[in-house]
Design a protein around this ligand. Structure first.
Ligand SMILES: *Cc1c(COP(=O)(O)O)cnc(C)c1O
Length: 457
């Protein structure tokens, strides 16, 4: 039987976005600016350009251009793996016996296995065009490091990746993939930086954190001639690049005559969530529609649900600019859950502002085992093994679909399937062996992290 809506909807080449969408142009109230902790004044373009490639620094501060043209070289690279499919989850719907219509945008179909390639390509391109000689970055679970290594290989740029030590140990294959694409991997904390040495002297057994790896990468970029630092999430420029996800999703859903009632994304630094929701958020800010947005985070690292909306450092070493965001404090070290990409103390300033002002309707914190339960339900139905991060969105999508089963509502649910979990098999093994645990920090643990917030006079 021919279905009116196919399993997979692809856009035609002429329907692909030629511009990124800058949600800040539609925000009546902008996120507060990044602050230079040395001067306590908003970070200037010059200051940002000493950390990031010039064009990326400009994009970071651009609050007015609604659409920003995607350069041809990037469009060409996107063509190698985009558009990503919009998939109607018929099999999951059947299994859940829900009247809801469930869609997901599948960003894990490229070799790096996640959405991170969308921004990696852009950042490597601008670095190359400026004539920079190398880049540094950090990686937690390894997806960003892989994506950036692919992009740097394409543009022939040397790359050093500070990889959170516990992840490098848990995921030796991910490290090997980064190295296979030519990236140099240094487990963090390391002795190659002052920040790393300081953290190691305080705790020689430190397994590291994203915040610590960021400090090391920023320090190395600052001390290496013609080198810049790149970041895979959190920043406005990254959300800008990730807007291709939402623009494609919206074009595909429009072609099916569908409009989502509920839009769900997992939130680590906020880039896939920001990317997916942006086009629909534009509708909401301009009062054309009122979709319900849900951000999903791990209960072990609950920045939106239990953090403070405050200025904080983006890194554990406290050397980056200050961003106003939902944060658990840069000194907060989340427990070693498997969704490494969600183990970050802060949150994108854009997502934070949208949440603070009520435009993102809801944030939910979910436990690790409930996330893997959902991952199993999804993978056996849909035939895709999700990344643990992505499974956070799946968990809430399934919860919402079950509510529809009770109420009989035919709601349209859209979520982001950000990546595949083939490098997370040790997590799945632990889950199958029923050895997986949950950790929700106590109020005391959260207080300790929040004490590390900088005092602003
Ligand atoms: C990095 C990552 C995330 C979380 O990062 P965001 O910036 O919040 O999107 C989610 N899913 C996957 C597969 C990732 O690699």
């Amino acid at each position: 039987m021919k279905r009116r809506i196919p399993y997979r909807t692809f856009l035609k080449p002429e329907q692909l976005p030629k511009c990124w969408y800058n949600i800040k142009a539609d925000m009546k109230e902008l996120p507060p600016p990044l602050i230079n902790p040395a001067t306590m004044r908003p970070v200037s373009l010059d200051e940002l350009s000493s950390i990031f490639a010039d064009e990326l620094a400009r994009q970071e501060l651009n609050c007015t251009d609604r659409f920003i043209e995607i350069p041809n070289d990037i469009l060409e690279y996107y063509e190698t793996y985009r558009p990503s499919p919009l998939i109607r989850a018929y099999n999951l719907e059947r299994r859940l016996q829900t009247p809801a219509r469930i869609y997901y945008k599948f960003e894990g179909g490229n070799t790096s296995g996640s959405h991170k390639l969308n921004s990696a390509v852009a950042q490597a391109y601008y670095a190359k065009r400026q004539g920079l000689s190398s880049l540094t970055t950090e990686t937690g679970a390894g997806q960003w490091g892989t994506a950036l290594a692919m992009a740097c290989a394409h543009f022939n740029l040397p790359l050093t990746v500070y990889m959170v030590k516990i992840s490098a140990l848990q995921k030796p294959h991910r490290k090997a993939v980064i190295e296979s694409f030519g990236g140099k991997v240094i487990p963090s904390p390391s002795t190659t930086t002052a920040v790393g040495r300081k953290i190691l002297s305080a705790d020689p057994n430190s397994g590291g954190s994203l915040g610590c790896a960021i400090s090391e990468a920023v320090e190395t970029a600052a001390n290496t001639p013609n080198c810049r630092y790149v970041l895979g999430s959190v920043l406005d420029q990254v959300l800008l690049h990730q807007s291709v996800i939402g623009l494609e999703a919206k074009a595909a859903m429009d072609s099916l005559d569908e409009y989502p009632d509920i839009i769900i994304g997992c939130a680590g630094g906020g880039s896939n969530l920001g990317g997916l929701i942006c086009a629909y958020m534009g509708d909401k800010l301009n009062k054309r529609a009122h979709p319900h947005f849900i951000a999903v985070e791990p209960d072990s690292c609950p920045s939106l649900t239990r953090g403070q909306y405050a200025y904080d450092f983006c890194d554990a070493g406290r050397i980056t600019p200050l961003a106003r965001m939902y944060t658990l404090g840069s000194g907060f070290v989340p427990s070693g859950i498997h969704a490494g990409g969600l183990r970050y103390h802060g949150m994108s300033p854009i997502i934070s502002k949208l949440y603070h002002d009520g435009h993102i309707d809801e944030a939910r914190a979910v436990s690790q085992t409930s996330v893997f339960d959902a991952a199993m339900e999804f993978s056996t139905a849909e035939g895709i093994l999700p990344a643990p991060e992505s499974a956070h969105a799946i968990k809430v999508a399934i919860d919402e679909a079950k509510k529809c089963r009770e109420s009989g509502e035919r709601r349209v649910i859209l979520f982001n399937l950000t990546g595949t979990g083939y490098f997370d098999m040790s997590a799945y093994i632990q889950y199958h062996a029923k050895e997986m645990t949950n950790h929700s920090p106590s109020d005391e643990e959260l207080c300790a992290g929040l004490k590390s917030l900088p005092k602003l006079s």
